[in-house]
Design a binder for this molecule. Structure first.
Ligand code: ATP
Length: 681
């Protein structure tokens, strides 16, 4: 636990018990967080602030946490602000009485819309004082903006932003721990700045969601001890509290459920009252890449494991509650679809609701559930299915399906569900059971229906040749390779949201020496040459650095696109064009390296590369190679090739710069090893 100067005192002394949490108080904490890069100090600031919320206005704890993690609701609620730069600029202009051209020129000069908003606000004479903003008020205001849809929605969103902006920064300035007025920094008051940054989707405080989770646990443990009249709890108790909250959150990633339960039952009771349940999608378990079957054998030596086909489709988490069990899951009616068969939904890898994309699957679900199954959560892959030849089709076919408002009777590309894990069954979470037990239960509860619902094909073997055969068969069956999973030990439990060493992926491409692919964010584009002049001919891509919350450029790509795809991309990217790079883009500033246009960070593409090098033109993982390369050089991809769009990934789920650095180092190590062998065969 880090100790803070002035700790023990409330970070925001002006707010009284029972009053709504002042938004200025949260911004004061944000400003304190912004001043440091030390994770422990950041966490301590957040914890102190949350303790104050718990003591004075616990009923506002939920919106406070949500504003801290830059999310208005859990992912499955599907609430996205989706506000582009031009809309925000218009709103700043209109709410501060400055012309759009002045705002644009400020943005051109400052490059950070948050600071432009703050500057515009501080230059504005205020005729009358609106009521100070509260955390709850800001949360509700932003939620209202996010929910506006349909005709005239742009204007309504602008007016929502204007409302918040005109009330920003009227509270008395807060005092920081050193007695400095920290609500005024870098060019203006901070409420306007943080509202705009929230709208942009990036607070840029270096405040990771995990840090907020830890801070919340610490705050609650400290507060609960204080209520009982106990001293500050020892580090051990804090660690226990953190572990409890982390586990509960991984199985039930919903502050909407967890925060009220903390307030009602206390932190240490959470595992009893907040369990994995149908209606709330959990973050899927992920696998580690491996380069060869021998690497798998080395890693799993002496342990029982299983090799499943790795289907190439879309991850699907299917939730179900039978009609006579609905009363046991009152919350599930809000997130699952209701019909005569009961409640059901399909969620993506990202916890996005895909039910409107797959009504054909949900419509036939009663065909494969056995009678005595009353509730479940299944982990599956949806794959395009060739109904004539009765086999799996390549991923590209799945891509051609409509994404929303699909009518089951109009579906042309049929899909088959391949189930590989059972996470919840008949009222009980199963994640702590071994994979063998979960698999047996899954086979007991469901019956396969060809072309609709099947179990992932598998073989339990630890013999190299047999695994090699399975791999070849999987590839012949249009799969990507194998998923090798621990089967019996305690380590074979399902680890939500974790990239686990207990699941290894062996893709055919690794074996061909092509290496793993990367998922990268499109930041910019270059107009084409020759017959491609009316479309973009190449794109600037970036990896994501979660520590600095920056997108760091990694390559230009112009290969792997058909002419038709380039046309589509031009249209798709047009509304994402921005005047200049965002302040959270890390890129070369050399004029000849600049793309012709910059974009909002939205699209994620899977890209394959021949190999990686260091280059001064790109910035990916440059901080990791600082000093060793003469400085400033980032990792870049050689001969990158576009594979497919990753619609199931958000930009901040792109390949991390840390992973990029690891890939580069691995490649260097292999190169050295090969060189060292110097011709010995
Ligand atoms: P990751 O999900 O690991 O970040 P990714 O999204 O690029 O990477 P892959 O590397 O292709 O995905 O591998 C993991 C994905 O494979 C899973 O998310 C799942 O959708 C899919 N999959 C197919 N078959 C299986 C299986 N038998 N077991 C687990 N996952 C499977």
């Amino acid at each position: 636990q880090a100790t803070l100067e002035g700790s023990g005192k409330d970070p925001y002394p002006d707010w009284k018990a029972g009053e709504p949490v002042p938004y200025a108080a949260l911004c004061t904490t944000f400003s304190l967080v912004e001043m440091t890069t030390k994770r422990l100090i950041i966490s301590a600031h957040c914890s102190l602030f949350l303790q104050q919320v718990l003591r004075l206005t616990p009923q506002d704890l939920l919106p406070t946490v949500q504003l801290m993690i830059n999310k208005l609701a859990a992912d499955y609620a599907g609430i996205e602000l989706g506000i582009g730069e031009s809309l925000i600029m218009k709103a700043i202009g209109e709410s501060t009485g400055r012309s759009l051209s002045v705002i644009k020129s400020d943005q051109h000069e400052i490059g950070d819309l948050g600071l432009v908003a703050a500057k515009s606000r501080s230059n504005q004479p205020t005729m009358f004082k609106p009521k100070p903003l509260t955390v709850r008020g800001v949360h509700e205001g932003l939620l209202g903006i996010a929910k506006v849809q349909g005709h005239g929605s742009q204007d309504k969103k602008i007016s929502g932003i204007k409302k918040l902006m005109s009330a920003a920064d009227v509270a008395t300035a807060g005092k920081g721990s050193k007695g400095v007025d920290i609500t005024k920094d870098k060019g203006g008051p901070s409420e306007a700045k943080f509202i705009v940054r929230f709208l942009e989707g990036k607070l840029r405080l270096g405040l990771a969601e995990k840090t907020v989770l830890v801070a919340l646990a610490q705050a609650v443990v400290t507060h609960e001890a204080a209520v009982k009249g106990e001293k500050t709890p020892p580090a051990e108790k804090m660690a226990q509290g953190e572990a409890v909250l982390k586990t509960v959150y991984s199985e039930l990633p919903s502050y909407e459920v967890i925060v009220p339960a903390i307030l009602e039952h206390g932190l240490f009771e959470l595992p009893e009252v907040c369990k994995l349940q149908p209606g709330i999608p959990l973050k899927p378990m992920l696998a580690k890449p491996t380069k060869s079957i021998t690497e798998v054998l080395d890693r799993f030596e002496g342990k029982e494991f299983t090799c499943e086909y790795k289907y190439d489709g879309e991850r699907a988490q299917i939730h179900y509650v039978a009609p006579d069990s609905i009363h046991q899951y009152p919350g599930a009616t809000a997130t699952l679809q209701k019909d005569a068969k009961g409640l059901c939904a399909i969620f993506s890898r990202n916890s996005e609701d895909l039910s409107k994309k797959y009504p054909d699957v949900l419509g036939k679900l009663d065909g494969w559930i056995k009678k005595d199954v009353k509730s479940f959560v299944l982990d599956c892959e949806t794959v395009a299915w060739d109904t004539v030849n009765k086999k799996v089709l390549p991923f590209q076919q799945l891509m051609t399906r409509k994404r929303k408002d699909v009518k089951a009777e109009d579906v042309k590309v049929k899909v088959c569900i391949f189930a590989f894990d059972l996470l919840f069954c008949n009222g009980e979470p199963c994640v702590k059971k071994s994979l063998r037990e979960r698999r047996e239960l899954m086979h007991e509860c469901f019956q396969p229906v060809e072309g609709e619902f099947q179990f992932a094909q598998f073989g339990n073997s630890n013999v190299l040749d047999e695994i090699q055969n399975l791999l070849e068969e999987s590839v012949k069956a249009s799969c990507e390779g194998l998923m090798v999973k621990m089967l019996d030990t305690a380590e074979s439990g399902y680890e939500p949201s974790k990239r686990s060493r207990n699941w290894l992926k062996v893709k055919k491409d690794y074996l061909a020496g092509v290496g793993d692919s990367l998922d990268l964010v499109v930041l910019g584009a270059y107009y084409g040459r020759g017959k491609r002049t009316s479309v973009y001919g190449a794109f600037l891509l970036a990896a994501y650095n979660p520590n600095t919350e920056k997108y760091e450029t990694i390559c230009n790509i112009g290969t792997g696109f058909s002419e038709a795809r380039l046309e589509e991309l031009h249209t798709e990217l047009l509304p994402m064009v921005i005047d200049r790079p965002k302040p959270f883009y890390s890129h070369s500033t050399v004029p000849k390296d600049q793309p012709d246009v910059w974009f909002e960070p939205k699209l994620v593409w899977e890209v394959k590369t021949a190999d990686l090098t260091l280059s001064p033109r790109y910035k990916a993982a440059a901080d990791e190679f600082e000093g060793t390369t003469g400085g400033g050089k980032g990792v870049s991809l050689r001969f990158p090739r576009f594979i497919k769009p990753r619609e199931d990934k958000k930009p901040d789920q792109a390949t991390t710069t840390r992973a990029v650095a690891e890939m580069y180092r691995k490649q260097e190590a292999v190169a050295k090893e090969t060189a060292g062998k110097g011709g010995v065969d």
